[in-house]
Design a protein around this ligand. Structure first.
Ligand code: NAD
Length: 357
């Protein structure tokens, strides 16, 4: 059932990326009158100042324990911005208090946990969405809309590259140097979601090579080369790296190339173009302006989520959509471990079945 009032939220994790949620995403949502802060939680008390300063929550509604916040404060939905290993625990807590959930990616840190979350949330009847920020950024949305315009014919294959130079602890945030598969779990998860939306299909098969070069300060694999076949036949070739000597395409600066029947669409460092003809002879390169709308990424997704709670349309980043992204992520990790391609839909079904028992 839809809410008839502006939803009240409990925000868990106000430091790290949670600081961005405070300063931009939630400040904007509250200013628009679309949601009301009920509580902010962080285990490090000084991080709570981000919430007080940005969206004006009273200090009496700031807590250092999520359990205490849920116990003491009434709210409609929880916002989870803590490291992935704690997502399942926070989802359980939110459901125990009858709340809807807007969570940071990835859904959880293992396929088993993702499958449990999937069943628990569906059984509860509560709404859940996952903030897959980068798929919903201006540049990727512009590319997606061009592909889907039909102007360039059928999409054949995609090539994607995101390479960074953050081999040194803790350039990319402490916990990422300690977890398994940091590139895939914390980075490529966004690119898997982007592939799904550019290709308009879920993954059929994934084959991944991941490794950790000698100069890496990550505990888990930080480099990867991956091939994917989508269910509609679109092929994807992906390069991701966290330990390079250069940063060619970091966050928000992706390289994606969409080979369509009638043109090659290239997105590179936020410039989009369509190329036809041989590149050195008679080629036609058409620059395509990026799309415009009031907000992108998390600010847009947060707005879509509260609109959904109050009777608006279902957003594109629901749990039902995100479980496909989780399946591709963890199937890729399995492929990297076994050295074999993984059938993603069988992998997902096996985990959903196992989590039911
Ligand atoms: N969508 C994006 O583009 C994007 C970008 C960065 C991070 N993230 C995601 O955001 C989440 C958090 O990542 P981060 O980089 O902010 O991590 P972080 O470790 O830098 O910050 C996490 C914050 O949560 C707090 N915290 C940890 N455990 C807590 C608990 N049990 N209760 C309350 N507070 C707790 C910490 O004190 C800290 O302030 C992760 O899921 C990550 O993948 C998403």
């Amino acid at each position: 059932m839809s809410l008839s009032h502006s939803p009240r939220f409990i925000h868990i994790g106000t430091g790290g990326f949670g600081g961005y949620w405070c300063d931009y995403v939630l400040r904007r949502l509250v200013q628009l009158g679309k949601a009301i802060p009920a509580a902010a939680v962080d285990i490090i008390p000084t991080n709570l100042a981000n919430a007080v300063g940005a969206y004006g929550i009273d200090e009496s509604c700031c807590f250092t324990s999520a359990e205490e916040a849920f116990d003491r404060v009434q709210a409609d939905f929880a916002i989870i911005v803590v490291p992935p290993a704690q997502h399942e625990q926070m989802v359980e807590l939110a459901l125990a208090y009858n709340m809807h959930i807007l969570s940071e990616k990835p859904l959880a840190d293992s396929m088993e946990a993702c499958a449990r979350i999937f069943h628990r949330v569906n059984a509860s009847g509560k709404k859940m969405a996952v903030t897959m920020s980068h798929r919903f950024d201006q540049d990727k949305q512009s590319l997606e809309r061009q592909i889907k315009s039909g102007r360039y014919g059928k999409l054949d294959y995609l090539v994607g590259r995101n390479t960074w130079m953050c081999r040194t602890f803790p350039t990319w945030g402490e916990f990422r140097y300690q977890i398994p598969a940091p590139l895939l779990i914390e980075g490529t998860v966004h690119h898997f979601d982007i592939m799904r939306s550019l290709a308009s299909a879920n993954a059929k098969t994934v084959y991944a090579h991941t490794w950790n070069p000698g100069w890496s300060e990550f505990a888990g694999d930080a480099q990867g080369l991956i091939t994917i076949q989508m269910e509609n036949g679109v092929r994807v070739l992906y390069e991701g790296a966290k330990c390079n000597a250069s940063q060619l395409n970091g966050w928000g600066q992706d390289y994606w190339r969409a080979e369509c029947d009638q043109a090659t669409l290239i997105l590179d460092n936020r410039r989009l173009s369509a190329v036809q003809g041989a590149i050195q002879q008679n080629s036609r390169v058409q620059e395509i302006p990026l799309e415009h709308q009031p907000a992108w990424t998390n600010a847009w997704l947060a707005e879509l989520f509260v609109d959904w709670l109050t009777g608006g349309a279902e957003p594109p980043n629901t749990l039902a959509d995100n479980i496909q992204c989780a399946a591709l992520l963890f199937a890729a990790i399995e492929s990297a471990h076994t050295g074999q391609p993984v059938e993603v839909q069988e992998y997902l079904q096996r985990h959903l079945d196992a989590a039911k028992t």
